[in-house]
Design a protein around this ligand. Structure first.
Ligand code: ATP
Length: 465
């Protein structure tokens, strides 16, 4: 299955889903662009995210925050001091020096019990996590065959500078996690929209990290996108809301994937938990490289609002007007990666069967919902009729409809299968006599005849499933 990943990478480039950024200059590690098909798939994913947040749930408010914020935000959040990965380099491997995340290697090499024991010894001896990591890894063989060296701290924040006069520029950071603007706008949402607790603020936004580990296509990018929701609650109700959002997010992912068993929860061990978190669960997807995190369901308590209160001087105390209770709201966070979900959906959808490749994407996610073909290219009456059907469908359904008259019909089906178009409509000789077309189903390859005046309803009906 390892080569499934290679197949996806190749399909992404060949069929316009994902392009390596700055490719004509040799590319830049950890940055990818969306091609036309990738853009459409991603738009559909985001549309479903917003539908989930705003239509399926009450009391969630959408925002769009900036990429650069006041530099103090990242001191308050703890990122400037501690947003760092432990990195270890191997030397002497066949491909030269290679960097690894120390925590990832340790998890592969040691059992949970061994790690617990190492943690306890470290506490007794009063040595730092980095020193523990070094003890566990130094001199050991790396996966590339090289030898591991000292473990070092590596800051993940991407720095930039603001200002035009050299020497007077101020340094700032690109968002290390998208959600910070949600805390910054919390009070504004409260004052302008007047929601009552519990309520949520959701956002899809960019994040930037100087990742240590070697890039693995879209799993670990330096510029990526997160879909987040922070739900502000009365501390007394935290447990209930935490469980609620954990289940809701998993159900949402499951509704989009074919193989429901390829998704699971992974509970964080005590030594992984942030100090303010009572518990944390990741929603993971089973990739050919093992289980990988797609979204975290985090217990943030009052950490974020209290820290921003402390650093800004703003008082975030909330008064419940019905009970008179005063508290700093606690937060349940759902924080997922759009790029990882994008990759997981493609891995889940990829099929090779009976000489054809097709993407079994959820019809609501496919870049194109419908493709329209004239059976032949040299009959004006068929082409004119097919153009009329194409325009009618596009305008009446407002769905993503594409015209395709390249090559023969077989090749067109093949091309649409590879980008996951669920329905292909062909206008043939019979259409000219009875105003019906064939609709071919991507997954079964079965065709049925549908009259043109029922076509829009027919497709809409299919999309309801
Ligand atoms: P990891 O341990 O895999 O680095 P994380 O725990 O640091 O991830 P969070 O900070 O919780 O991740 O971010 C929430 C989500 O953002 C992750 O579940 C993941 O889907 C996504 N994400 C984080 N880092 C990256 C990255 N470098 N590239 C792509 N997506 C990412």
């Amino acid at each position: 299955m390892e080569n499934l990943m290679e197949k996806i990478v190749s399909l992404c480039k060949r069929r316009g889903f994902v392009y390596p950024n700055s490719e004509i200059y040799g590319g830049i590690a950890g940055f990818y662009d969306m091609g036309p098909m990738g853009h459409l798939l991603r738009q559909n994913m985001k549309k479903l995210f917003w539908e989930f947040m705003l239509v399926d749930h009450e009391n969630i408010f959408p925002i769009d925050g900036t990429i650069i914020t006041h530099p103090k935000v990242w001191e308050a959040s703890g990122h400037v001091g501690s947003f760092a990965d432990a990195m270890v380099e191997s030397t002497g491997g066949p491909m030269g020096n290679k960097r690894y995340r120390a925590d990832h290697l340790i998890e592969e090499m040691y059992s949970g019990e061994e790690l617990k024991a190492a943690d306890e010894t470290a506490k007794k001896e009063g040595i730092s996590t980095l020193e523990v990591y070094s003890k566990l890894l130094k001199g050991k063989k790396a996966p590339d065959g090289g030898v591991l060296g000292e473990v070092k701290k590596f800051s993940l924040m991407v720095e930039t500078s603001l200002g035009v006069v050299e020497g007077e520029k101020k340094s700032a950071y690109l968002k290390g996690e998208a959600c910070q603007t949600i805390y910054l706008d919390y009070q504004n949402v409260l004052d302008s929209m007047h929601p009552k607790i519990p309520f949520g603020i959701a956002q899809i936004g960019k994040a930037f990290r100087n990742e240590v580990a070697n890039p693995q296509f879209m799993l670990r990018l330096k510029e990526f996108e997160q879909w987040d929701m922070q739900f502000f609650v009365n501390p007394k109700t935290m447990d209930t809301w935490y469980e609620y959002w954990k289940e809701q997010r998993m159900n949402w992912y499951r509704s989009l994937f074919n193989d429901k068993d390829s998704l699971r929860f992974r509970q964080h061990r005590d030594d992984e938990l942030a100090h303010y978190a009572k518990k944390a669960f990741d929603i993971e997807y089973k990739t050919p490289m093992g289980w990988k995190e797609g979204e975290g369901i985090h217990w943030r308590g009052d950490w974020d609002l209290s820290r921003h209160g402390q650093y800004s001087g703003h008082d975030f105390t909330y008064t419940d007007l019905e009970t008179g209770e005063k508290f700093i709201p606690w937060i349940v966070e759902t924080s997922g990666g759009v790029d990882r979900a994008f990759l997981f959906l493609l891995l889940d959808a990829y099929r090779e069967e009976e000489g054809r490749i097709y993407l079994k994407l959820h019809p609501k996610l496919s870049p194109y919902t419908v493709a329209v073909f004239p059976l032949v290219r040299n009959k004006q009456d068929i082409i004119a009729k097919a153009q009329a059907v194409y325009k009618h469908l596009k305008l009446e359904s407002r769905l993503s409809v594409v015209w395709d008259d390249r090559g023969n019909i077989g090749k067109r089906y093949w091309a649409q299968d590879e980008i996951g178009t669920p329905y292909c409509i062909t206008i043939d000789y019979t259409t000219l006599t009875d105003d019906s077309v064939t609709v071919r189903d991507r997954d079964t390859t079965k065709q049925e005849r549908v009259s043109i005046d029922r076509l829009v309803d027919f497709i809409r009906e299919k999309l309801k499933d």
